[in-house]
Design a protein around this ligand. Sequence first.
Ligand code: SF4
Length: 376
Amino acid sequence: MRLSYSALDSFQNCSLKYKFQNIDKLKEPKSKEAVFGTLVHGTLKFIHTPSLLQPKLEDALDYFSKNWNSDVFEDELEERSAFSMGVSMIQEYYKKNVIADYNIVDLESRFAVEIKNPKDGTSHVISGIIDRIDKTEDGYEIIDYKTTKKMPSQDKVDNDLQLSVYLNAFLARYPKEAERLDKVTVSLYYLKHGVKLSSTRTLQQLNDAKQLFLDVITEIEKGVFVPNVTPLCDWCGFQKICPMWKHKFKEERRIDSEEINAAIGDYINLKSAIASTKVQFAQLQEKINTYMEQEGVERVFSEEGIIAQTLRKTYKYDEKILREILEPLDKWESVLKVDGIALKNIMSVLSPGIRQDVERSRILDKESKSLTIKKK
Ligand code: SF4
């Protein structure tokens, strides 16, 4: 299988989106964020492309505004704010960088690296584009530009899969550099903040990244693609056909809109009524229990009927005694249950490798559907 890093990323975020893009080969309308990101990347390529006269800030801003695409924005306000964000990113970039100082090896460097699955001997290809590769004083630096608003923690950068994949691709081109990995820096450059977060990788991390790639391929080959609603849906061009979103688009409705509006309204009202009934019920229960205690009775009578008090006891087993009984019979292990909450609590203290192993051990147990309400 041939898989690009962005396809892998897409599968991990939402496997249904991966299917739309890579199996059904549906064309995704470009979001304004994607159009904006592509232009900023193009401007940085323009800035660093070797030429006799290094582009100055004005040249870069000129390139940016000449290639600006107004069509993707919903209104003028939105467009103006995006345009000024792009301008300030480029200004900040010139403030923090002396363009002529960099010794650039490659820009928007395409790669396609083969990896073999040792388990079944199949070979696969990882492909992608590295934004920039620099020769540094004593090694190399691999840089990926980001136009997102959110900046990750250093810990996330140290474990970022994209950077590990890029470094693997770099080593396929410069294999000798594997002997001095500490001299090859991998960086994410957050243009909005003007901050570059850098890291290095060990051979073990690079091998883990290859293994993760193979694991994702195994998952894809299972052919199960399910939607995963996350904040990333806001940037997904498939909302109109996605079962989690298509209802939002009127023309996609199959049930009469009047009918569904009434049903939604009734559902929300009923849910609130149930909640307030529960509170009322608990208050009445409390009043009746207090009365029974006060009168020293266990049953009370009215014209509507009789209410009797029953004592419900729940028991738990003494773990030590139970273990002493079951262990000699070889039955102890079979009554132990994995405690999901306790596992979640210890996840943060485990190493990233162990965390990945634990995640890989997850299997689907039960599936049920429920409705949640978000009130306007
Ligand atoms: S809208 Fe969200 S859930 Fe639906 S395909 Fe896109 S990313 Fe997946």
